[in-house]
Write a new protein. Structure first.
Length: 162
């Protein structure tokens, strides 16, 4: 029991009081989320939009070709590259500020983190995130050369010349 200013409080009450701001934020978040759903339901249009409203607008010109419905996968891969390196920069600034206090342990942790980011970059490059042209597929020009294929080719040449 702690006596402060004539008020008797137990240690348990003080511990619970430390969590009241977190409880308040959770309640505030739940009220905001439920309020957003209610406002969306009340303010949303009731009827289905017409085809003219759904169609893409291109400066008054009627489009000749329908736009693609989905983004290509490469768009998402580039977005992943941005997020990965954005997160790396966010973590590198605090490290740069206190790198002398962290010592060897901090250096090892940053190297492990950098290796993980570099591994993610290698994965994205392997998936073709940085190749913007059409995919190039190699075609086999000639079959693999063996002694029997060379003999067959040489023996067939005089017949082709005739």
């Amino acid at each position: 029991m702690v006596v402060a200013g004539g008020i008797v409080r137990s240690d348990r009450t003080e511990l619970v009081n430390q969590y009241l701001p977190i409880l308040g934020l959770l309640i505030l978040g739940a009220v905001f989320a439920s309020g957003s759903f209610v406002a969306s339901a009340l303010l949303a249009p009731r009827k289905r939009p017409t085809d003219a409203k759904i169609a893409p607008y291109e400066c008054g010109i009627v489009p000749e070709v329908e736009p693609p419905q989905r983004f290509p996968v490469r768009f998402y891969l580039v977005a992943m590259i941005f997020v990965i390196f954005d997160i790396e920069v966010v973590f590198m600034y605090p490290f740069a500020v206190v790198f002398r206090q962290l010592g060897g342990f901090g250096l090892i942790e940053v190297l492990v983190f950098s290796l993980a980011v570099f591994g993610a970059l290698l994965f994205l490059v392997r998936e073709g995130a940085l190749s913007w042209g059409p995919r190039q597929h190699l075609t086999v020009g000639m079959p693999e050369r063996t002694s029997s294929s060379t003999i067959a080719r040489i023996s067939a040449e005089p017949e082709q010349a005739a």
